[in-house]
Design a protein. Structure first.
Length: 268
């Protein structure tokens, strides 16, 4: 399996039961299948926390060990793919490339995530959520976030979201680099076949931890919270047009080749 099909895989959730998947922070999983018109991708939308903008969240995510490993891989990819004479003329060594790689992903990733987050019509979403789950559902969801069991769950789930957003952003980068025929190898390990890097991905183990926490606590408030998150996701997907989602994803890294050219990366 190669190309776009392989790069679509990282966004699938490692779940064991229909309702065991963790809620999303942003609209992370409007993936290639949605661009093709498959409604299943929209079913994986989750709760948006409008109080936490994409920029700071992505910055935090890029500081995690898994993200640092991926960014180091991107720096190596640029170093081995760029024209050596060009790199020498610009005095760009490994340290400079690593720093520029992080800046590039943070800048363009924040821009792309902001575009994706803007797909949500807050008023339409809340109205649909209230209509489908009850007039008190939005307020109840907010109250439940303060419950101790939910807070403990969300503390684990935050690390999952941090890893997930890194995968999401770099998946868009890999996909755009392939489509734009940029002279770069894939960064994400499922596409590159880098098993050592794949083993550093914490998403599966964190999903297991979330599942174990639910099994151990058997918390009614937590289950109700997750039920409302699912209802919120279903409401959200009715307010987002697949065409708009496709446009946002296709434009996620459009133009990044100009910044990559400054790092001596050209088209194949």
């Amino acid at each position: 399996m190669g190309g776009l099909a392989r790069m679509g895989l990282p966004m699938r959730l490692p779940v064991r039961r229909d309702r065991s998947r963790p809620p999303f922070f942003l609209i992370l999983v409007i993936v290639s299948s949605l661009i093709a018109g498959a409604p299943a991708a929209r079913a994986q939308l989750g709760a948006l926390d409008a109080a936490e903008p994409p920029g700071p969240f992505l910055r935090e995510a890029l500081g995690t060990p898994y993200a640092r490993a991926l960014l180091a891989e991107l720096g190596r990819s640029i170093g081995t793919s760029a024209d050596p004479a060009c790199l020498q003329s610009k005095n760009l060594g490994a340290a400079q490339l690593d720093e520029r790689a992080r800046d590039l992903i943070e800048t363009w990733g924040t821009r792309g995530l902001t575009q994706v987050a803007a797909l949500r019509d807050a008023k339409a979403h809340e109205a649909q959520f209230a209509a489908s789950a009850g007039a008190d559902a939005p307020a109840e969801l907010k109250r439940l976030r303060e419950h101790p069991d939910v807070k403990r769950y969300l503390a684990i789930e935050r690390d999952w979201r941090l890893a997930k957003i890194v995968d999401f952003v770099l998946e868009q980068f890999d996909r755009y680099a392939l489509v734009a025929r940029l002279k770069l190898k894939s960064v994400l390990p499922l596409a590159s076949g880098n098993d050592a890097l794949l083993r550093q991905n914490p998403i599966d183990s964190l999903a297991d931890s979330l599942e174990a926490f639910r099994d151990k606590t058997k918390s009614g408030p937590l289950e109700r919270y997750l039920e409302l998150v699912d209802a919120s996701a279903e409401a959200m997907k009715t307010t987002i047009k697949p065409e708009a989602a496709a446009t946002a994803l296709l434009g996620f890294f459009r133009g990044v080749e100009n910044d990559l050219a400054a790092l001596c990366i050209v088209k194949r």
